[in-house]
Ligand binder design. Structure first.
Ligand code: TMP
Length: 201
C-alpha cells in the first residue's frame, strides 16, 4: 500500500509551517495516518543548511546552496518520506523541490536546479499559499523571526514570481497543483487545505 505525498509551499511568512502542523493534526483527528515533516530536514545536510540560513559560514554561493538543498532532499526522501509513504501514511511536507525551483533560481541557473532535483519523487499534491511579499514581511517582523538569508523584500518578491511560474508549469506538466489565498484567516486556509487533501485520499 502506498500513501499520499502532499507539499505546502510559499514565501517566508506565507504560513507553510503553521498550516502544515494544523493540517496534520486535523487529518489525524479524522482518523488518517498523517506524518508532518519539513525541509530543510533534520538530517545532516538539513542541519548544515539551517546554520547557513542563519548566517553561519557566510559567504556560501547559490550553486552550493542548490546542491545542499538537493542533497538534503535525497536524504529526507530515503530516511523519512518514502518509509512513511510505504506504510500508507499521508505525508505533509512544509517545502520540497518547489522551494528550490523558486528560491535557488534567484541565485543560480534555474535549469541546473531542475536537473539536480530530477530524481526527487513528484508530489501527489502541491499547494501554494499565496501572500503578498509585504504582508509576509510584516508577519515575520511581528512574530519576531530572526533575519535569514532570503528575507530581503526584493528577493521575496522574485521568489513569489518564480512560485507563480513554477506552479503553472508543473500543472501543465501533469503535477496536481493548487493555489490558495494565504492571506485569509488561518481557519479559512485550513478548511481549503483539508478539502484539497481529502479529494486525493
Ligand atoms: P523555513 O524558514 O520555512 O523553515 O525555510 C527555510 C528557508 O530555506 C526559507 O527561506 C526557504 C529556503 N529554502 C530554499 O531556499 N530552498 C529549498 O529548497 C528549501 C527547502 C528551502
Amino acid at each position: 500500500m502506498s500513501g499520499r505525498f502532499v507539499v505546502i509551499e510559499g514565501i517566508d511568512g506565507a504560513g507553510t509551517t503553521t498550516q502544515t502542523a494544523r493540517l496534520v493534526a486535523e487529518l489525524m483527528m479524522r482518523g488518517h495516518d498523517a506524518h508532518g515533516t519539513r525541509e530543510p530536514s533534520t538530517g545532516p545536510a538539513g542541519q548544515l543548511l539551517r546554520k547557513i540560513l542563519g548566517g553561519a559560514h557566510a559567504p556560501v554561493d547559490g550553486t552550493t546552496m542548490a546542491l545542499l538543498f538537493a542533497a538534503d532532499r535525497a536524504d529526507h526522501l530515503a530516511r523519512e518520506i518514502v518509509p512513511a509513504l510505504q506504510r500508507g501514511a499521508v505525508v505533509v511536507s512544509d517545502r520540497y523541490y518547489h522551494s528550490s525551483l523558486a528560491y535557488q533560481a534567484t541565485e543560480t541557473d534555474g535549469q541546473f536546479v531542475e536537473r539536480i532535483n530530477e530524481r526527487a519523487r513528484a508530489a501527489d499534491l502541491a499547494i501554494l499559499l499565496r501572500v503578498p511579499a509585504e504582508t509576509a514581511a510584516l508577519r515575520r517582523a511581528r512574530a519576531g523571526r530572526a533575519i535569514e538569508r532570503y528575507d530581503d523584500l526584493p528577493v521575496q518578491r522574485r521568489v513569489a514570481e518564480h512560485y507563480e511560474r513554477v506552479f503553472v508549469r508543473l500543472g501543465e506538466e501533469g503535477e496536481r497543483v493548487a493555489l490558495v489565498d494565504g492571506s485569509q484567516e488561518p481557519d479559512a486556509v485550513l478548511r481549503e487545505l483539508l478539502a484539497l487533501v481529502e479529494a486525493i485520499l
